[in-house]
Design a protein around this ligand. Structure first.
Ligand code: DGT
Ligand code: CA
Ligand code: CA
Ligand code: ZN
Length: 577
């Protein structure tokens, strides 16, 4: 989103949330109007600058709106927006995404039926009880049911775990064509975002072959609908409900095009501005000077001509990456190959389907030096969590396996111990003391308010035996919002205690998310990147955790799974003393 769109969305959200809260009409109308006006402005507000007097001169923008825009341009946020957002459960925002459901109705659902999230609404829709709400008949309920079903099947953003394999398959298919010189996915997927609006694929080929290639593309198995087919641009929908855009460009322009279609839009804008400052011009075809091409064939060429280091796609979000690239200061981002240990895995003892030995063999195969076996604790009854007696027996088994694998692999006895609703842990300290590693995670009571959640997690961090906090929010992308603890406080506490915070690599979790992981490393907190494996296949989720980490600017030095065997053992010891 560019600045105008971002601002329009914020003002619209303020209007919606005030409507939900049944605040005064005057204010609601003012915000809604501001959203509309800003959304239609031809000039970028960022270019006008944070000057209230100038902004207020724009038709339809009053002084109060102008000062909010200025505040946003200066600080990246608007206090009035943050204040009003704090007054509602954030799950209500998901309801606003349902087509046919406006903020007024959402407000009624909240105040009169206690609905705070999409899950709550779905539960209530199992019966017709919502017809008791004003202006809510049988027909409206059916419409809402249909909208939700549609949104969940095809609409909305898809998880990266779903999009990546689809994109890779399309790229492989296109690469089988002799006419295709290069094929590569771009867009938010290449940037490793946790959710993807649509898949963008770029092909380098001669213009003469573009018809052959697009014909091939739109007829691939799995394509259920052709949305557009043209010379250089085609678009289809797949059986998974995902849109795939294909662009065909001349090989000489591939680098510039890949750069453009990788985005983000904000990063592109910053790049273009830099080009202009240097007396050049940058678009999806080339970097040019006085209409003569300077660079276009590869991304490296273009970055170089702009006096920049090549910026990894995951960092292209206009979060200061160009300033770093200019000074040769970009971090050396972590890679899958840097990971040398898996520290969160479930065996058949709880809800996994692999034995200790199966994990051990797999870990050796991956070139790991350490694996930690961390089954669920007793509170996770539905996951066959271990009671104290079973954990003691399990520890013995793990120790026996560790002995068997001595010299080849370090096997750590651990537990993924539940952080109970009040922040106490699911096992007593004397039992936790028997373990080499303790991953403490919240699994239940995930709708707690932020204050309670913060206190809960902080209490868990204080436990002297905890080494890693697992998936701190408990969110499931597109499915469950999870906790919204005060991340600043949690990070400070983790730093103070010396524990690591987990990026759970499972594509449904990615928890810590990118922005939280960035905050954590900026404060000097170590991260753990683990797959939370329950069986074969799960350990291949590692790549999603790595992408999230790269988006946060994480290097191998920030991650305990990248330490040597001895360094990790020492770190664990230190953290527990
Ligand atoms: P998505 O699909 O919503 O997850 O996000 P993207 O980033 O993949 O966005 P998409 O598919 O709309 O466009 C792909 C890239 O193309 C985007 O990251 C940057 C570039 N692009 C598209 N439209 C514009 C535009 O209007 N201005 C600029 N500067 N770049 C654009
Ligand atoms: Ca896209
Ligand atoms: Ca697209
Ligand atoms: Zn787990």
């Amino acid at each position: 989103m560019d600045t105008n769109q971002q601002l329009a969305a914020i003002f619209q959200q303020m209007a919606d949330v005030h409507t939900i809260l049944e605040d005064d009409r005057f204010r609601i109308n003012a915000y809604a109007k501001a959203a509309r006006v800003i959304g239609e402005l031809p000039t970028d507000l960022g270019e006008i600058g944070a000057e209230v007097a100038l902004l207020a001169k724009i038709d339809g923008i009053g002084k109060s709106t102008a000062s909010k825009i200025a505040e946003f341009l200066e600080t990246g946020k608007i206090k009035a927006h943050e204040d009003v957002m704090a007054r509602i459960p954030h799950g209500l925002l998901d309801l606003l995404q349902i087509s046919g459901l406006g903020p007024k109705t959402v407000g009624l659902m909240w105040s009169q039926a206690g609905i705070e999230s999409l899950d709550d609404l779905k539960e209530k829709l199992k019966t017709d009880e919502l017809t008791k709400l004003p202006r809510m008949g049988q027909k409206s309920l059916d419409k809402i049911r249909k909208s939700i079903a549609f949104m969940e099947s095809t609409g909305g953003r898809v998880n990266i775990g779903k999009a990546l394999p689809i994109a890779q398959w399309f790229v492989e298919q296109l690469q089988t064509l002799g006419e295709v010189e290069q094929a590569q996915y771009a867009g938010s997927l290449r940037r490793g975002k946790e959710t993807i609006g649509d898949i963008d694929i770029l092909v380098a080929a001669s213009e003469d072959d573009s018809k052959t290639i697009s014909d091939f593309f739109v007829q691939l198995p799995g394509v259920t609908e052709v949305l557009a087919q043209g010379q250089t641009k085609s678009s289809v929908r797949t059986e998974h409900g995902v849109q795939v855009d294909l662009r065909i460009v001349e090989p000489d322009h591939f680098g510039a095009a890949l750069m453009y279609f990788t985005g983000s839009k904000e990063h592109n804008v910053a790049m273009r501005q830099r080009a202009i400052k240097m007396g050049m011009s940058l678009n999806e075809y080339a970097l040019t000077k006085d209409d003569k091409p300077v660079a276009a064939k590869s991304e490296e060429d273009v970055f170089k001509a702009l006096d920049l280091q090549w910026v990894a796609p995951e960092m292209r979000e206009d979060h200061g990456e160009l300033t770093l690239a200019e000074k040769d200061k970009l971090p050396k981002l972590i890679e899958v190959a840097d990971i040398k240990a898996e520290l969160h895995a479930h065996t058949t003892a709880s809800d996994g389907i692999w034995s200790i030995e199966q994990y051990a063999d797999f870990a050796i195969d991956r070139g790991f030096h350490t694996i930690a076996i961390t089954d669920h604790s007793k509170g996770q009854a539905q996951a066959n969590g271990l009671n104290e007696k079973r954990l003691v027996e399990h520890i013995e088994k793990i120790r026996a396996a560790a002995k068997k694998y001595e010299g080849k692999l370090t096997i750590l006895a651990g537990s993924e111990v539940d952080i109970l609703a009040d922040g106490t842990l699911d096992y007593a300290d004397d039992l936790l003391a028997e373990l080499d590693i303790v991953v403490a995670s919240p699994h239940a009571a995930l709708t707690q308010d932020p204050k309670t959640a913060t206190a809960r997690l902080l209490k868990a961090v204080e436990n002297p035996y905890v080494t890693i906090m697992g998936h701190p929010t408990g969110r499931l992308i597109n499915r469950r919002e999870g906790l919204s603890p005060d991340m600043g406080k949690l990070i400070d506490a983790a730093k103070e205690r010396g524990i690591a915070l987990e990026i759970n690599a499972n594509h449904w979790r990615l928890d810590l998310r990118d922005s939280h992981a960035r905050l954590a490393i900026e404060s000097g907190v170590m991260l753990a990147i683990d797959t939370d494996a329950h069986g074969p296949g799960d350990m291949d989720e590692l790549k999603y955790g790595i992408l999230t980490a790269r988006r946060a600017g994480v290097t191998a030095q920030n991650v305990i799974n990248c330490m040597s065997q001895t360094a990790l053992a020492q770190w664990l010891k230190r953290t527990r003393s």
